[in-house]
Ligand binder design. Structure first.
Ligand code: GH3
Ligand code: MG
Ligand code: MG
Length: 373
């Protein structure tokens, strides 16, 4: 694999971390060259130091321009920053006076702490400390070598650690936000936003491997009445308990989502329509056994749709499942309907409590949570 990016489109995404890394790296080398220039021209006392610094400035400028034009990939970019640390140490070894040259180790180290792994950052730090020690040892002009060394490694070490810790916090915050964006907060299931693209991927896989795939849409029956008669909190608990049943009855690689409100969608890879019907029966049976509160149960209607031979979009499969669900509702609720060329409505599921029957007010003193994970 090439270490350089291909000369592709001019419109580069600026949120691409590699692009930002490259820009920072280019800026660091060019600024290093510009910064060394006054030293090379006037500040350094001996002509050999001026000449050495001049060569280093040219090197910094060259590496900066190569990084700008050749657009290297991450590994080569990191190697150039390692080289930059070494070049800085060469500068320290010839400088007279030293001024604040060691202060510049902060640039590459902050770069590593922010963009690279902990291992590479530690590696860069050790490389910096060793090359600095050698540079100070060989420079005949520096008086307080131990002081310069300890001040530098401590300051750079503290700053690098701080940036590395803040970077880690930032990335775990980003990961938590990503999970929150994909998950329904009430039930912990996938939300619709994350379900749709995952279903598209499962469809593509099923077509490629020539395997069946089915989708079941569940919609709790007369849920509004349950909310009205038992309160919204009880309704929430019923949704959580339903989610727990769906999780329990599903396999590890099934996709279980809260599609919205009191609707749930489950994708069953490798499942034929017959498999999906058996699964739906199991879910309905487990739901019938649930007691949300004393004597209170929920029932569901379900619509099943299976993949045809074509690579159809998730939206098509879901629309067919939704049509079947509508037919199940029309057919009397608490039953499933499946689309298999045409919609077939099944008989009523096993024993359930009819929510049409008026219910006693909720027993708020002893709410019983069941089946929650
Ligand atoms: P059907 O059998 O035809 O599906 O009737 P239904 O009452 O279940 O359907 P409808 O669409 O009329 O009502 C859905 C209800 O679901 C209305 C809404 O208040 C309730 N609901 C939606 N989201 C939540 C939620 O997060 N918590 C609670 N407790 N209720 C919710
Ligand atoms: Mg609904
Ligand atoms: Mg409903």
């Amino acid at each position: 694999m090439s270490l350089f990016a291909s000369r592709a489109p001019r419109s580069v995404r600026t949120d691409d971390p590699l692009v930002v890394m490259r820009r920072f790296c280019v800026a660091m080398f060019l600024a290093g060259a510009a910064n060394g220039l006054p030293g090379a021209l006037w500040i350094q006392r001996s002509s050999s130091a001026r000449r050495g610094l001049g060569i280093l400035c040219v090197l910094y400028l060259t590496v900066g321009l190569v990084n700008l034009v050749a657009r290297p990939r991450r590994r080569l970019l990191e190697t150039s920053v390692f080289a930059g640390i070494g070049m800085l140490s060469v500068m320290v070894s010839i400088a007279d006076p030293l001024d604040l040259a060691t202060f510049f180790y902060l640039w590459p180290m902050v770069y590593f702490a922010y963009y690279s792994t902990v291992r590479k950052t530690i590696g860069a730090y050790v490389w910096m400390a060793v090359t600095l020690a050698v540079a100070l040892a060989v420079n005949p002009h520096i008086v307080s070598k131990a002081g310069v060394f300890s001040d530098t490694v401590m300051t750079v070490g503290l700053m690098t650690t701080l940036v590395a810790v803040m970077t880690k916090q930032q990335s775990s915050l980003r990961a938590n936000l990503a999970v929150a964006a994909e998950t329904d907060p009430l039930t912990g299931l996938l939300n619709r936003r994350s379900f749709d693209p995952l279903l598209d991927a499962l469809i593509a896989e099923a077509v490629d491997l020539d395997r069946p795939l089915s989708v079941v849409m569940f919609d709790l029956d007369h849920f509004k009445r349950l909310n009205d008669s038992h309160g919204h909190q009880t309704g929430d608990r019923a949704l959580q308990a339903t989610a727990a049943v769906l999780r329990e009855q599903s396999r590890e690689y099934d996709l279980v989502s809260r599609f919205g409100g009191e609707e749930f969608a489950v994708a069953l890879p490798s499942a034929t329509t017959a498999d999906a019907r058996a699964y739906t029966e199991r879910v309905a049976h487990a739901l019938a056994l649930l007691r949300i509160e004393d004597g209170l149960t929920v029932s569901t209607s379900a619509g099943i749709s299976s993949l045809t031979a074509e690579r159809e979009p998730a939206a098509t499969l879901l629309a067919r499942a939704d049509d079947a669900l509508y037919a199940a509702k029309e057919g009397g609720r608490c039953r499933q309907a499946s689309w298999d060329g045409e919609i077939v409505v099944g008989p009523r599921f096993g024993p359930t409590i009819d929510l049409d029957v008026p219910r006693a007010p909720p027993a708020h003193s002893t709410p019983r949570e069941i089946g929650l994970r």
